[in-house]
Ligand binder design. Structure first.
Ligand code: F6R
Length: 233
């Protein structure tokens, strides 16, 4: 795994943007995207650039179960606000939080098959989850409905008025789907991610540390700030 250490999330976002830009120059057509605070500076760099995404397909990792696309807490809404309303894409896909479980998961898996991901952007949970694939998730999973762990509900409550409002379930791309991407850019900023980054890079590959599976993918770039890198040997 190539590791790039940056000063802060702003520099990290710009670096990720540059990698997307060079990937597109080399023919990348499908971007796998993430939500949360980590990719926000990258989206800002994309929006402020003069790069044209109108020939690109975007495919998001996950969505809260039970939230409609127009719910301001949904990941649909987040993506519109951060990126899609500023930079039109040819097609965008996000799991439908109101979709019926079986058909929605099958639909999304087909989307991934039809649009093989060239560059997948990932953040990481403090428990090393990727997407909403929590510790214990089998590495051969595809899209499914997942129960969020208490630690993820705690981390995500900052975006809701009360912890009770945080959805308990989400639709998430699986680990196998993430690994199908040709290139993966994992970003982590802040001291609270340091332990997860250490285990991801240096620990055994285990389903208890979902991101550790990235050690088995041949084309991963890790962008971390100094705080998140502080436990790396
Ligand atoms: C979001 C996602 C999650 C986040 C992770 C980190 O689409 O899939 O895995 O990347 O929870 O969240 P932040 O960036 O808010 O620390």
């Amino acid at each position: 795994m190539e590791t790039i250490i940056v000063k802060d999330n702003i520099e990290g976002g710009k670096k990720a943007f540059e990698l997307i830009k060079s990937g597109m120059a080399e023919g990348a057509k499908v971007l796998g995207l993430a939500t949360g605070s980590t990719p926000v500076p990258m989206y800002k760099a994309m929006v402020e650039s003069d790069l044209d995404f109108s020939d690109m397909v975007a495919l998001n990792l996950d969505e809260y179960f039970g939230l409609a696309a127009d719910n301001p807490q949904s990941y649909h809404y987040f993506m519109e606000e951060q990126l899609f309303s500023h930079k039109p894409f040819k097609e965008t896909y996000i799991p439908n939080g109101l979709g019926e479980e079986k058909s929605e998961c099958a639909r999304y898996d087909q989307v991934i098959v039809d649009h093989p991901i060239d560059i997948q952007i990932l953040g990481i949970g403090t428990n090393a989850h990727i997407g909403f694939n929590e510790p214990g998730t089998s590495f051969d999973t595809t899209t499914r409905k997942v129960a969020l762990t208490e630690s993820t509900i705690e981390s995500n409550k900052r975006n809701f008025d009360t912890v009770e409002e945080v959805p308990r379930y989400a639709y998430s791309m699986g680990i196998q789907s993430i690994l199908s991407a040709k290139k993966i850019i994992l970003m982590a900023f802040g001291e609270e991610k340091a332990e997860a980054i250490k285990k991801t890079l240096e620990g055994p590959v285990t389903e208890e540390v979902p991101a550790s599976v990235l050690q088995q993918h041949g084309n991963v770039i890790l962008i971390v700030d100094e705080a998140a890198a502080k436990l790396i040997q």
